[in-house]
Ligand binder design. Structure first.
Ligand SMILES: Nc1ncnc2c1ncn2[C@@H]1O[C@H](COP(=O)(O)OP(=O)(O)OP(=O)(O)O)[C@@H](O)[C@H]1O
Length: 302
């Protein structure tokens, strides 16, 4: 897969579909879980978010979706299209979640109902989010399954989730996002549980649906090597902050932040193959002593 060839360089985005500014998610611990994060998601582009466990990747995504856990004190701004989401009620958040933004998790078991056939789950998802009859819903579902290269649609539709392989279940989750008509997908470690070959296939599908459906994707991974293959931009998080962000090529070729360098040094490199996850070495630094290394000036895409 060539990230360069599939990148959105030829496209002129209208503006970010999701804009996060100065987001703080505080549970009253010594440091906020998310500590002043600013990010943009653009149609047709994949933002890879890397960082070690506990750096705030998932909390940034969950909060953007209005799913921060109880007890979180949230400040800053999350704008989805023209709608500010910080401070709005659950009703608005669940409307936006239903049709505008969705999340794909590592654990498909948590998202797919084990006792309902895939056909029914996908059809219900369509009908909850789109005004269409049963036949139209079926057509949308079949198209979405083909989009994620599940061409044996009857077999998949007649399956229960436990009858699918991990890679197939992850593709069904991506199809679910497509049939809901989502503009933004948060994919949180979607391939960590899969073997390397299947991981690559699922990543290629994420890249393709982002391109073809102009989806904005935030792809979260411990493994910057996986993100390197697929992302247009990279953001590196450390202790609740984005310590570096920029085009993937810039960040990989010339990382400016010591933490990014440590992340890159921690992955085995065999050519530029996708690598299996390798735990980050222990790393601690005083962030206040370091310059911010943000290389995407705000609005540089417009
Ligand atoms: N419900 C909660 N209450 C208090 N703190 C929480 C809660 N959930 C998460 N945190 C804290 O928020 C911080 C960020 O966690 P988060 O899950 O976003 O990290 P992460 O980078 O996604 O890590 P991982 O890769 O392990 O999922 C952590 O310090 C975590 O302990």
């Amino acid at each position: 897969m060539s990230r360069a060839s599939s990148s959105a360089a030829h496209r002129v985005p209208d503006g970010p579909v999701l804009s996060v500014r100065d987001l703080i998610v505080d549970f009253g611990a010594a440091e906020p879980a998310v500590n002043g994060v600013s990010l943009d998601l653009w149609q047709g582009r994949i933002l890879g978010v890397a960082g070690q466990s506990g750096s705030g990747k998932s909390m940034t995504a969950l909060t953007s979706l209005g799913l921060a856990p109880p007890g979180a004190h949230i400040t800053g701004s999350i704008r989805f299209r023209d709608q500010e989401l910080v401070g709005v009620g659950q009703r608005t958040l669940s409307r936006v979640r239903g049709s505008g933004m969705t999340m794909i998790f590592q654990e498909t078991n948590a998202a797919l109902n084990p006792v309902i056939q895939v056909r029914k789950q996908l059809t219900l998802a369509v009908r909850a989010n789109r005004d269409c009859n049963q036949d139209e819903a079926h057509e949308l579902v079949v198209d979405a399954l083909r989009d994620v290269r599940l061409d044996d649609t009857d077999r998949v539709l007649n399956s229960y989730p436990h009858e699918l392989s991990g890679g197939m279940a992850q593709r069904v989750m991506i199809a679910m996002a497509l049939v809901c008509g989502a503009d933004v997908i948060f994919a949180d470690e979607p391939t960590t549980a899969l073997d390397v070959t299947v991981q690559r296939e699922v990543m290629e599908i994420i890249r393709r649906v982002a391109d073809e459906h102009r989806l904005a994707v935030m792809l979260i991974s411990h493994d910057i090597g996986v993100l390197e293959e697929i992302s247009d931009e990279l953001a590196v998080m450390y202790r609740g902050r984005v310590v570096e962000r920029g085009s993937t090529d810039d960040v990989i070729r010339a990382p400016e932040h010591p933490y990014t360098r440590a992340l890159l040094d921690s992955i085995p490199r065999i050519g530029h193959e996708l690598t299996e996850f390798v735990e980050m070495p222990s790393f601690d630094m005083d962030l206040t002593s370091l310059p911010a290394a943000e290389r995407i000036a705000e609005g540089s895409h417009s």
